[in-house]
Design a protein around this ligand. Structure first.
Ligand SMILES: Nc1ncnc2c1ncn2[C@@H]1O[C@H](COP(=O)(O)OP(=O)(O)O)[C@@H](O)[C@H]1O
Ligand SMILES: [Mg+2]
Length: 312
């Protein structure tokens, strides 16, 4: 599969809230393209507009302005609904049903024939780590198990595009890893995954690209490495045994005032040229190099920087 799987053009949503039915804009002019086969992470704090965006892209609600297409068709059209899967934020379950009955019910809603439903249920349960639990009633499922059966439901029609709203929320570290592995497996199968989260490490490992949404606006979008900057952006050199004049010369090359602790000095430099210069100067002066550590920004730093910019 190639081409654009998800496209939002000027997507805007107002809600009317409170007694006076005041209009509040919760999504502002979202422009976004997700390539087929991509895993796209939609990162933002609570209330940023992630769920609203997912509901617009799956056609559960209608935009105030702009438009969205999925697999080339208007979001929410009947043709496209058969080709997508959706895990809502807090899926509500019919808790008197067993896991298998629930999947059968969802399969029937998706229009799958009975034999396909029956034959597929076991494999689906296995895929989400629930094998052997299919005959247990959903009210006996833990939060993590409910999240998994919700995932199974989202995959029941072998969707080409899968929307997941906070799929790792409420899961323990093992459960989170399993969901990450499942997402990577879906990518291997060539499917497109669009998932939202407010948990930064979740996007760092699985996503091809990340969008950061803050207060209803897309604040940044790009590959994780692009957002983080090149690892050569800043390199920290620790050295000791330096004559004072060399230490002073190094300080002048550094991007920030050096950090000193006893005889040791830590200088941060930018780029390979400055690094070579600093290392030569240390060695020529008879100093010792203890470490050379490339420093990458973390997604958290990028995220917090955007939050600060936004609040100015
Ligand atoms: N049905 C609704 N009516 C009014 N306001 C809503 C409705 N749904 C969400 N909101 C508001 O829209 C904003 C974005 O919500 P949401 O998309 O759920 O954010 P997120 O999923 O990122 O936490 C929030 O301020 C929320 O209170
Ligand atoms: Mg949400």
């Amino acid at each position: 599969m190639s081409g654009i799987a998800i496209r939002a053009r000027g997507l805007t949503k107002d809600y009317r809230t409170g007694f006076w039915r005041r209009r509040v804009r919760v999504l502002h002019d979202l422009n976004l393209e997700v390539q087929a086969g991509e895993v796209f992470g939609f990162l933002g704090p609570n209330g940023a507009g992630k769920t609203t965006t997912l509901k617009l892209l799956t056609g559960l609600i209608h935009p105030t302005g702009g438009s969205a297409t999925v697999l080339g068709e208007p979001a929410g059209s009947v043709g496209v609904k058969a080709r997508i899967g959706f895990l809502p934020e807090s899926p509500s379950f019919y808790d008197y049903l067993t896991g298998e009955e629930y999947l059968d019910y969802c399969g029937a809603l998706a229009g799958l024939p009975r034999t396909v439903r029956r034959d597929g249920a076991g494999a689906l349960l296995e895929r989400v780590g629930l094998s052997g639990q299919g005959d247990l009633q959903l009210r006996k499922y833990s939060k993590g198990m409910l999240q998994r059966i919700g995932l199974a439901q989202a995959l029941i029609n072998e969707p080409e595009v899968i929307f997941l709203d906070e799929p790792m929320s409420g899961l323990d570290p093992i459960g989170r890893k399993e969901v990450r592995d499942l997402i990577l497996h879906l990518r291997k199968q060539g499917r497109t995954v669009f998932f939202s989260t407010h948990i930064i490490p979740d996007v760092e490992v699985v996503c091809d690209r990340v969008g950061i949404i803050l207060a209803g606006r897309l604040a940044a979008v790009g590959r994780v490495e692009e957002l983080l900057g090149s690892p050569l952006e800043q390199i920290e050199v620790t050295a000791s045994n330096l004559p004072p004049e060399t230490a002073a010369a190094l300080a002048a090359r550094g991007v920030a005032p050096p950090v000193r602790s006893g005889d040791r000095i830590l200088v941060a430099v930018k780029g390979e040229e400055d690094l070579g210069h600093v290392l030569r100067a240390i060695l020529q002066a008879g100093g010792r190099v203890h470490s050379v550590v490339p420093h990458r920004r973390t997604l958290e730093e990028v995220f917090l920087a955007r939050v600060r910019e936004g609040s100015r």
